[in-house]
Design a protein around this ligand. Structure first.
Ligand code: G4P
Length: 527
């Protein structure tokens, strides 16, 4: 029973550059799962362009992103958990953290735009962690790039090794259907009513005369030639290679028109991995171990400023998580139990009694949890792979109202635990520096400090290019002591007390690296 529950689960994330069709695809997947009844039910969680200082928009986005953080549904006896990732680039770090909780990923690419910047960054993270990836090339109902050119682009720009599992028949105005290489059949989309689900015809053989009648001899011949080319050029699909992160199957379709989405989903539930083992500092943790373990990858502050409780999202790694059972919060070394843990189903959340590996559970928290924390049945387990990345923007943060210093500190600490930004304290004078991925976060922090903690802050610009975590084999040797003395002005501590070098330019970083060869400078906090 326990093993069957694990084998049923598929926990994944959809990543894309904004506007490629992530929300639309999510919605169509939910429609197939019967989790929602009509299109338009999943609200887009993106912050509209140009809304940098529109706080209502930020608040709206926060509301929606709680609702769509996890979208779970059943499809053909599989329990699918889709983890939502924010589209806005200023929230990229949220996405990176969410990727620590997925077992596989679907990458959506716009057929006309091809591989875009945000996709490159996100895929690179997945590639580094060998996360199995499926590529979905979307918007085939529009004129776009040639499918073979796109496959080349995906290989060269994303560094993937692809093998197509479906192939489009025509494109844009001439888009007629999809050949499913995985199941070796053809699905045509009839013209009249493209938006409905059942308006398709199936062919099990390319030799069926009816197929030729419907798409014409020329299209059929082109299809046959292209399939021959695919068979000659691309390696056959290997599930082993896919699971190892060495090969990425590609599907074509149009999410908006529901073309090729079911093919994607049907293949996905067959090939995508069930919950995987996870590396901890102490050892590897297997999902089928009896004792419970899990880690927090996301914390969401409550929308209601009068109740400062938060929802911490935990991914179950092993064993079962049960309601009202005390578990060890490893960092605080305290036992905690939860009377109302939430499970997520499409847009509802419900109190659950038991959850299995692969599941995401929402825990009410009054400020004890921090991203990366683990909960276990009792074992000391520290999961790896939730690093902090060097922020891109840095500012001093000052207290504007001296009477509210306590509130400000509490607010800053809690927002940092949520992962909104990173806090560095300068070694020289203890001034606090906030580092963020996007400029938008400064506005969010200021707004939330005021509205949730009653504290006021101001910012002061600071010229920092990158924050590098510093490591040396011997912190007593002359070189390191010299580094600490000479660069004192640029040294800070992160929240864990690790030493960070705040380089003011790429040139000064290079010079420092050259001058102190025994010291390594890392762009992430985990190395
Ligand atoms: P995102 O979450 O990746 O940012 O993308 P989203 O699904 O919101 O899609 C971005 C835009 O692309 C939307 O149009 C959506 O309707 C459109 N789209 C998605 N899939 C397809 C497709 O297969 N074909 C075509 N032609 N368009 C597609 P919008 O005008 O920005 O938004 P909306 O007003 O339709 O909501």
């Amino acid at each position: 029973m326990f093993l069957e529950e694990i084998a049923k689960r598929r926990t994944f994330g959809i990543i894309s550059h904004p506007d490629a069709g992530k929300t639309t695809l999510t919605e169509k997947l939910l429609l197939f799962g019967g989790a929602i009844q009509e299109a338009g039910a999943v609200k887009s969680n993106k912050i509209k362009k140009g809304a940098t200082s529109d706080f209502m928009e930020i608040e709206r986005q926060r509301g929606i992103s709680v609702a769509t953080s996890v979208l779970a549904f059943l499809y053909k006896d599989k329990k699918i958990n889709i983890l939502d990732t924010p589209g806005h680039k200023d929230f990229a770090e949220d996405t990176f953290r969410t990727l620590t909780a997925v077992d596989s990923v679907i990458v959506v690419i716009d057929v006309a735009k091809g591989v875009e910047e945000q996709t490159e960054k996100l895929v690179e993270v997945c590639r580094m962690r060998n996360i199995p990836m499926i590529v979905f090339i979307n918007k085939l109902d529009r004129e776009g790039k040639d499918s073979f050119d796109l496959l080349d682009e995906v290989e060269s720009k994303l560094g993937l090794r692809v093998t197509p599992l479906s192939h489009p028949i025509g494109m844009g105005y001439d888009f007629k259907g999809i050949y499913n290489i995985w199941n070796k059949n053809t699905k045509l989309f009839l013209e009249e009513d493209k938006q409905t689900k059942d308006n398709t015809v199936f062919f099990n053989s390319l030799e069926d005369p009816e197929l030729e009648r419907l798409i014409g001899n020329d299209s059929l011949q082109t299809l046959k030639d292209e399939l021959e080319l695919i068979a000659g050029v691309y390696p056959p699909f290997s599930q082993e290679e896919y699971l190892a992160g060495n090969q990425q199957p590609v599907f074509f379709g149009s999410a908006l028109n529901n073309f090729g989405v079911q093919e994607l989903l049907d293949c996905f539930i067959d090939i995508a991995p069930a919950p995987l083992e996870k590396e901890a500092e102490e050892r590897m943790i297997q999902p089928d171990e009896k004792s419970f373990s899990g880690f927090i990858f996301k914390i969401h502050a409550n929308m209601d400023p009068n109740h400062r409780d938060r929802l911490a999202f935990i991914k179950i790694v092993s064993g079962t998580f049960k309601r009202n059972i005390p578990y060890l919060h490893v960092r605080n070394n305290k036992k905690v139990k939860f009377s109302s843990p939430n499970a997520f189903f499409a847009e509802r959340k419900e109190i659950i009694d038991i959850s299995y590996p692969g599941d995401i559970v929402g825990l009410h928290d009054t400020g004890n949890f921090k991203i990366g924390d683990s909960l276990t049945s009792g074992e000391q387990i520290h999961f790896k792979g939730i690093p902090s990345f060097s922020p891109e923007h840095f500012r001093y943060i000052n207290n504007v109202d001296p009477m509210k210093a306590k509130q400000l500190n509490k607010g800053i600490n809690q927002l940092m635990d949520e992962g909104v930004a990173q806090l560095f304290t300068l070694s020289l004078n203890n001034r606090k520096i906030i580092g963020t991925v996007g400029a938008l976060q400064f506005e969010v922090i200021k707004y939330r400090l005021e509205h949730e903690y009653g504290a006021k802050c101001s910012y002061e610009n600071l010229n920092v290019f990158k924050a590098c975590w510093v490591k040396t084999t011997d912190d007593k040797n002359d070189e390191f002591l010299d580094f600490k003395r000479v660069k004192q002005k640029f040294l800070a501590k992160d929240k864990q007390g690790q030493i960070v070098f705040l380089a003011d330019s790429s040139f000064s970083l290079q010079m420092t690296q050259q001058k102190y060869p025994s010291i390594t400078f890392h762009m992430t906090s985990e190395f």
